[in-house]
Design a protein around this ligand. Sequence first.
Ligand code: TEU
Ligand code: CA
Length: 559
Amino acid sequence: MNQTWWKQSVVYQIYPRSFMDSNGDGIGDLQGIISKLDYIKNLGINVIWLSPVYKSPNDDNGYDISDYQDIMDEFGTMKDWEELLAKIHKRGMKLIMDLVINHSSDEHSWFVEARKSKDNPYRDYYIWRPAKDDREPTNWYSNFGGSAWEYDATTNEYYLHLFSKKQPDLNWRNPKLRQEVYEMMKWWLDKGIDGFRMDVINFISKPEILQDGEPKPGKKYASGSKFYRNGPNIHDYLQEMNHQVLSAYDVMTVGEMPGVTPELARLYTEESRKELNMVFQFEHMGLDNGPYGKWDLKRLDLLDLKLNLTKWQKALEDKGWNSLYFNNHDQPRSVSRFGNDKEYRVESAKMLATLLHMMKGTPYVYQGEEIGMTNIQFESINDYRDIEIHNFYREQKEEGIPEEKIMESIYVKGRDNSRTPMQWNSSTNAGFSTGTPWMKVNPNYTEINAEQELTKQNSIYHYYCKLIQLRKDHEIIVYGGYDLLNEDHPEIFSYKRTLRNQTLLVICNFYENEPVFKLPDSIQYKSANLLISNYERGEVSLGEQINLLPYEARVYLLF
Ligand code: TEU
Ligand code: CA
């Protein structure tokens, strides 16, 4: 077996703007993160993934980078960053940085140059096309609404931007651009970082000829994703990057890949192919989307989730590697989305964590999920900060959609749900800032905050500590095989892990009913040891059947 550290690790994602403000300007910063490293260490975390901290005009909160090798003023200085890295390493943890190289900011010097003239040396660092029949070069929409092309009058051409118009896509067909990216990556690796999370990395290869997509009925723009996702040269680029950069370092890489399938993920993560270690897949994040995408709300059917996560477990069981997540800075908070953030917030948060952390792969904990932070509902659209939310709101209003319907989609799926300031304690602004936070704090911080969680023995935080410790104590959790159990049960998600003579039995009641779990005949054992449960019911032996409580989770180790 590969004793690779990233296979045995648990990763904690920090969205720096909302994590901890040390200087009272209402914006999280590097010194704020430094002040909370013990909190993260004590959770049992091995790796910290830091969302972008580079210079940026913050059109997309740092995912629009204007200087890849300097720190955003609001977050601090390079000296602060070097102090952060040293203190992370001193605690025996590792740091991976967010690598956003599908696009830069339009304020990056490359783009400032590129737009000056068609023969500027940097012109081909980006993707330019003339108008086609007096309209945009293709009918693609941007992921943030509107056209994916922006007209630039200076040179009478359009440039491609799959996200905001301040995020022009880089032209990976240009070897000079690729070399500049590789030099920048080496610069960060030589400073001592331990790897990268790569933003929409499966978007970087675009075909030479860009064609129109098929708009949905009544829509002006169409998805271009079948052209730019997993494009023609993607594996060549990743293998070139690995050969020229990554292979020289002991690093971890995770590629964020909207639209990746298990078959493709095997290609991206099979170790012999020397591309990436793992990917973030999105299929399970789309199971509660209607046909028109994330804002088109649909109730999750547990059977869909069981089959999807099982498909991924089986596809990468012996080749490649899974990432395991329900939360990040783009997704609503899972306890509100999949659990019950009212009367069963604690139980359902623990159940969801159990379900994920006992699977095969590297688990990711997003700031605040370890204390059961919930979604937010701001009264006014003006309290929201996310460009994706504002563009959606504006487009829907223009289409005459009623305000309450628009706001309902934003309440359920808006990215700001996971970007409200971290709730540290019950003091003003939840202890996040002594100033006015850049975004309002969720008013439930008086009951939901880290300080409370640390003092309560059976808190969600302490439950995460136990889950993460189990992964360290039991090799079966890292390397054991996976098999879904009771596949057709509509309310219980149960599976087993097997390694040599051991079996790990995971039972999760996904709802507030009280179904009976029936032990499958395939499960034979001599002794059963309850490793963890989200109810304090003392020693509960494993019988032929178990009457589960609302959102009850149990994990047994069987010999
Ligand atoms: O997100 C990629 C992505 O697909 C997003 O569009 C995400 O799926 C969507 O926001 C969900 O509604 C990455 C970053 O994680 C995101 O924060 C950035 O906005 C985006 O790329 C552009 O860099
Ligand atoms: Ca600050």
